[in-house]
Ligand binder design. Structure first.
Ligand SMILES: Cc1ncc(C[n+]2csc(CCOP(=O)(O)OP(=O)(O)O)c2C)c(N)n1
Ligand SMILES: [Mg+2]
Length: 332
């Protein structure tokens, strides 16, 4: 793995803060009804993305996830202005404004969605890894899903085949404690989701995912194993989400004190504390980073605000259509 240095920490601080503020901005413009539909934010889970990106080979390894998917493509190199425009439903968005929040996608940047069907991306991730193995490419797929998704039957079918064929995939449960309003405690007789790997003899274990360094180390081991042809790993990334499941969540299932407890081990604060302890940046330099982040977020908002909505006609260019099918209303 690349060494974790002062530069890594400074980069982590700036990028994680940018993702946090990008999501905060989305919450704000959602209330202004500039972004509509569902909106699931990533606040609290940033160490997972930061650590994973450090261990990945960018431009080669792939990522697939669920609907909490705005910042991962940004981490992989997609222009954040285009991500925000997609959320606004604007023509300059990553899918011409036709996908929206749950469907960010960029084949060019190895980001394969953006999936609204809970657990749907687990076999898709295994399939992507199958493709790489079949065509003898040494790319690795990181397949992320939630603790709720881990309870889907499809996980077992995908785990079985992935182990049997030694596919180059890292299965990662972003265990944020809740599936909508249902706590992990209520969905099984034990809380150690990683143990689901044991039934398939898949290497597996828990990871402190509030700390990017811990994530990077676990991810590096798993990626190296996959790249060496030794098959999948299952990581139980223990994290927490600060905001509700989506914007329409009254959060009656947890206390404010519980959220505060996790904020004490906030991943961005942990990174900043380490920077300060080691005197890797002065107060002034930190202020400069904060200002850069603020400006970058404002640029995204301005770009999305000023972009046009797509022309209505393009809707018919992007859906599958059978030429001789007689019942299309727009053709009647
Ligand atoms: C197959 C399916 N069942 C139910 C839903 C409704 N649903 C959307 S998100 C969600 C909870 C998933 O929680 P988790 O996997 O823990 O992910 P998190 O939201 O915590 O990131 C549910 C039940 C769905 N989208 N798809
Ligand atoms: Mg969850």
């Amino acid at each position: 793995m690349k060494k974790i240095t002062k530069e890594t920490y400074l980069n982590w601080y700036e990028e994680m803060l940018f993702w946090r503020k990008f999501e905060d901005k989305l919450a704000q413009v959602y209330i202004q009804q500039k972004v509509r539909g569902f909106l699931h934010l990533y606040n609290g889970q940033e160490a997972i993305l930061a650590g994973s990106l450090h261990a990945m080979e960018i431009g080669k390894d792939r990522m697939i996830t669920a609907y909490r998917n705005h910042v991962q493509p940004i981490g992989l190199g997609v222009d954040p202005k285009r991500v925000m425009a997609e959320l606004y439903g604007k023509a300059t968005g990553t899918s011409m404004g036709l996908g929206g929040s749950m469907h960010i996608f960029s084949k060019e940047h190895n980001f394969f969605g953006g999936h609204g069907i809970v657990g749907g991306q687990i076999p898709l991730g295994a399939g992507m890894a199958f493709g790489d193995k079949y065509f003898k490419r040494d790319n690795v797929t990181l397949c992320f899903f939630g603790d709720g998704a881990a309870r889907q039957g499809t996980l077992h079918e995908a785990f079985n085949m992935a182990m049997n064929w030694k596919l180059p995939v890292v299965f990662c449960v972003e265990n944020n404690g809740y599936a909508m309003g249902t706590s992990v405690k209520r969905t099984a007789s034990h809380e150690d989701i990683w143990k689901l790997g044991l039934g398939y003899e898949m290497p597996c274990g828990p990871v402190d995912a509030m700390n990017p360094e811990k994530v990077a180390e676990a991810m590096d081991e798993a990626i190296s194993r996959a790249r060496a042809g030794e098959g999948p790993t299952f990581l139980d990334l223990k994290t927490y989400r600060y905001r509700g499941h989506s914007m329409s969540d009254a959060q009656k299932y947890r206390t404010k004190d519980e959220v505060k407890e996790y904020q004490k081990i906030d991943p961005i604060t942990q990174v900043l504390d380490k920077i300060k302890e080691n005197e890797w940046a002065s107060e002034d330099e930190i202020k400069k980073i904060d200002k850069r982040v603020k400006d970058r977020v404002s640029e995204c908002e301005k770009f999305a605000d000023e972009s046009d909505f797509p022309e209505k006609d393009i809707m018919y260019d992007v859906v599958y259509e059978q030429e001789d099918y007689p019942f299309l209303p727009h053709k009647l």
